[in-house]
Write a protein that binds this ligand. Structure first.
Ligand SMILES: *Cc1c(COP(=O)(O)O)cnc(C)c1O
Length: 390
């Protein structure tokens, strides 16, 4: 494989028509064919780019090829959002009577899908503690089809032992599907650990600029084709302009992730020493309970950290109020540092007892570091913390 920088820039060479260096945006919902025979061909070509944009578009093909290259996958497809990716994948690979294993600490939408939507269609679900590798194995049943993994997880930054979970799932005949949104392929390549499919919220680090919603699924052609067969039914179609924007963002992914990693590590180290902070959750810190695992399966530790304030909710509120550079916003993986109090963000969506049970405390602030200069960012946080109650 070429390096990440080269793969990000050249992964779609050969898929861009003409001599354009930047791919043209093919803003067309449909495509003409010269004969009925040709039309029959293009209408049945899996993930073709010459029939109808819900089936495929040149801008989809280019960005899917680049992400597949970065993840070391055979092929991929794109959807209108990360949730479009995982819900389409689940509908494609599951049937009534099947069972899935999902982590207790995982993106809220994934929890809603697994514990709310899928059971209505006769798919059972078991939630497990991802830090307990044996819990995955104990949850497996003969009818388990998918094990849904997210590592590091949102927002607790807990890790899943990919190789161990893959080994037990495969022994039981289940597929392992990994949400690689937090790590990005630059820091972690789940397919190398044996996972079957990887998906992303392209809205986050891949797009990288908080200006596009998108999703990606990559893996072997056979599985991706099954997901595509369902994608043309669910219709979670990424617009050509958004596919172009996603690719535009990915061109600089390896450069950005280097800075995200450096900023998050520097901030984690600085915050961990501050008296207003009870705990910093970041896989790159030796104090992270799974730091050894992080070093084993990640090549960088990502741009997201969790900060738990000693003064609980009041401390979190003071930190958020005192920050000048960081913006209070949902989402992550942006060029700009984004901070959020997860307990408040989810308050209207998930009940307090469930949030507490999931380990999301009142003093927790999620920080997604941007690509600002490290010293400016650290100064911004330390100044805000100095003004916060200890
Ligand atoms: C945001 C996010 C998603 C959902 O992606 P959307 O593009 O918002 O649909 C899934 N997983 C993780 C880890 C996320 O952060």
């Amino acid at each position: 494989m070429t390096g990440f920088g080269t793969a990000a820039v050249h992964g779609d060479d050969g898929l861009v028509p003409g001599g354009a260096v930047a791919p043209p945006i093919v803003q067309s919902a449909t495509f003409s064919a010269e004969s009925d025979e040709r039309f029959t061909e293009i209408a049945t070509e899996p993930r073709g780019s010459a029939f109808y944009t819900r089936y495929g578009n040149p801008n989809h093909a280019q960005v899917a090829a680049v992400v597949a290259g970065l993840e070391g996958a055979e092929t991929g497809l794109v959807t209108a959002s990360g949730m479009g990716a995982i819900s389409t994948l689940a509908l494609a690979l599951l049937s009534a009577g099947d069972h899935v294993v999902v982590q207790r600490s995982t993106y809220g939408g994934t929890t809603s899908l697994a514990t709310g939507l899928l059971p209505r269609f006769g798919v059972a679900c078991t939630q497990v503690d991802q830090t307990d590798t044996g819990a995955f194995e104990r949850a497996l049943r003969p009818e388990t089809r998918l094990v849904l993994v997210e590592t590091p997880s949102n927002p607790l930054l807990e890790l899943t032992d990919l190789a161990a979970v893959v080994a037990s799932a495969h022994a039981a005949g289940a597929l392992v599907v990994v949400d690689n949104t937090f790590a990005t392929p630059v820091n972690q390549r789940p397919l190398s650990a044996g996972a079957d499919l990887v998906w992303h919220s392209g809205t986050k680090f891949l797009g990288g600029h908080s200006d596009v919603s998108a999703g990606v699924v990559v893996g072997p052609a056979g599985l991706v084709e099954r997901v595509w067969q369902t994608a043309i039914v669910t219709g979670s179609t990424l617009g050509p302009v958004d596919a172009w924007l996603l690719l535009r963002g990915i061109r600089t992914l390896p450069l950005r992730v280097e800075r995200h990693n450096a900023n998050a590590l520097a901030l984690a180290r600085a915050l961990e020493r501050h008296p207003a902070v009870a705990r910093v959750r970041y896989p790159g810190l030796p104090s992270h309970p799974q730091h050894a695992l992080a070093r084993r399966q990640m090549t960088g530790f990502g741009g997201v950290l969790g900060v738990e304030l000693t003064a609980g909710r009041a401390g979190a509120a003071a930190l958020l109020a005192g920050l000048k550079l960081a913006k209070r916003a949902a989402s992550l993986g942006s060029v700009s540092t984004l901070v959020v109090h997860p307990r408040s963000m989810w308050a209207g969506i998930v009940d307090a007892a469930q949030l507490a049970a999931a380990g999301i405390g009142d003093g927790l602030v999620r920080v997604s570091t941007g690509i600002e200069d490290t010293a400016d960012l650290v100064d911004d946080f330390l100044a805000a913390l100095d003004a916060a109650p200890a």
